[in-house]
Design a protein. Structure first.
Length: 272
């Protein structure tokens, strides 16, 4: 596997850069420098980096919700120029319609696309059971805890069997215990289903726990500062967090982040 990108991968980023245009008299904002990365089928990749480094920008480009200023994204061997039903997205908030039940929120994408069927209904029921919400299928979102709402959002995404699952800090607002539980469930579900995943987080231990590879981003403009392999079997359990290797990898990611921030500061200070 080519860690920094190559000619393979379910999704591939080829010299992807992003500059936001000037607004309200402000100069253009360079969010991403050329990113080259290949994500293999079935891999779980975590993106970590400081706030504003372009992680969410890269995620939006991965969903074709945003077009890069330069470079190309290749998905399943073809240019990714528009949103694909094979790519699922989970956001920081569950984005559930408050007047629809858990089950009907999960049906919504199929209803919008006109693809609702008995097969979809069966998959929704199956996934709700997988995420522990079978008994809450008829509940409204405000009757659920924060963790249960994110389970509902996860079920909605998984029900359509995406080849690629994009997640933008979906557990960031949860308490530590619930977050740990969600990480365990996500690790097991994506491993069992063989879903390729790209997960954005600020939490280094979370990244090491979930990932096959942790991609470390530099401060803005974001670029890949380093990639850390996590060569431990899956699905993982809480015991993995007690392994000395877990601690070592956590510090390795932290050191790459620290070096990238120091380098960025030096460059800024040297500029006139």
């Amino acid at each position: 596997m080519n860690a920094s990108g190559g000619q393979q991968g379910l999704i591939r980023y080829e010299n992807v850069s992003m500059t936001y245009p000037s607004t309200r008299g402000r100069p253009p904002l360079k969010a991403l420098e050329p990113v080259n990365l290949a994500i293999e089928k079935g891999e779980f990749i975590c993106l970590v980096g400081p706030s504003g480094c372009g992680k969410t920008t890269l995620l939006k480009i991965s969903a074709a919700l945003l077009s890069p200023t330069q470079g190309n994204v290749v998905f399943n061997g073809a240019p990714l120029n528009e949103p694909s039903r094979s790519i699922g997205v989970m956001f920081q908030k569950p984005v559930l319609l408050p007047w629809r039940t858990v089950e009907k929120n999960a049906y919504l994408p199929a209803e919008i696309s006109g693809t609702m069927s008995s097969a979809i209904a069966e998959r929704v029921a199956k996934v709700l059971t997988m995420v522990g919400l079978h008994d809450f299928a008829t509940a409204l979102p405000d009757q659920l805890s924060g963790g249960m709402q994110q389970r509902a959002a996860m079920a909605r995404t998984l029900a359509y069997e995406p080849e690629l699952m994009l997640m933008d800090e979906p557990f960031g607002a949860l308490d530590e215990f619930t977050r740990e539980t969600m990480n365990l469930e996500l690790s097991e579900l994506t491993h069992q289903a063989g879903i390729t995943s790209l997960f954005v987080t600020h939490n280094i231990p979370e990244a090491v726990f979930l990932a096959d590879r942790v991609v470390v981003m530099s401060p803005r403009p974001g670029r890949v500062s380093g990639i850390v392999e996590v060569p431990f079997p899956k699905p993982r359990t809480v015991d993995f967090m007690r392994d000395p290797g877990f601690t070592e990898l956590t510090f390795e990611v932290r050191n790459i982040l620290s070096e990238a921030e120091s380098s960025s500061t030096r460059v800024a200070e040297e500029q006139p």
